[in-house]
Design a protein around this ligand. Sequence first.
Ligand SMILES: [Zn+2]
Length: 188
Amino acid sequence: MITMKDIVLEGHPVLEQVAEEVTLPPSKENKDILAEMLQFLKYSQDSEMADKYKLRAGVGIAAPQLGISKRMFAVHFEDLDGKTYSDGYFNPKIISHSVEQTFLSGGEGCLSVEREVPGYVPRYARVTISATNLAGKQVKLRLRGYAAVVFQHELDHLNGVMFYNHINKQDPFFIPENAKPCDILEDK
Ligand SMILES: [Zn+2]
């Protein structure tokens, strides 16, 4: 079982590397690691398990955060429309994205960062991602808003990028012209 002691923290070189593609179809070893990562996220959101094992709640985790430089990550969350995302992905790629950007009004956090980093993290408002999922199936996901943010955060980990690398250094709360927060509900 994965616990917080398995998670590497910012400053570790593995978090600054471009991770290696995973051979497809995924090996049993890689599937097992990814399934464990997904299980970690589920436990981290289960108050009993989280209390017992002192887990910090997470909605996504990427293999480099376990010191494994491979292109795979897991997510487990419900977006603001109530749609559930709970799967693991191998070799995810953004195949297209919007020009418009979005950001979380409370900023982002990361299991590998044990401090608050204030500031907006601009992301594409919509992305289409292709990947092989935990079941070994080729999938194409059209994501927007919060879901798009979570997937881009995890994808960044596979490219050695941390969320705070995107925060405007001169003005952390600068809002790009084409960006709107995705977690403040507007009239549709
Ligand atoms: Zn992270």
